[in-house]
Design a protein around this ligand. Structure first.
Ligand code: ZN
Ligand code: ZN
Length: 78
């Protein structure tokens, strides 16, 4: 199978089904590149759970707050 990100043909390539469509990748790096959401504040790839708020997704509560989101609190906040 051929990776749809880098075009590498690899016999250990794998498929990920997301939102009803299938994607073929040769590595998790390529899968993250293609499928991982991007933080709305710092633009980094969100590989963990992230923080979702009002349609936007952030890598952490800090980024959500920097973007004006006030509904989320860090653990140290009173
Ligand atoms: Zn690839
Ligand atoms: Zn971020």
């Amino acid at each position: 199978m051929k990776c749809e990100v880098c075009g590498n043909s690899y016999d250990k390539a794998f498929t990920i089904e997301m939102g009803g469509s299938k994607h073929v990748f040769d590595s998790f790096e390529c899968a993250i590149q293609k499928l991982a959401p991007v933080c709305a504040h710092c633009a980094c790839r969100i590989v963990g759970h992230g923080v979702e708020s009002e349609g936007a997704i952030y890598c952490c509560a800090h980024c959500a707050r920097m973007s004006g989101e006030r509904g989320l609190k860090d653990r140290e906040a009173a």
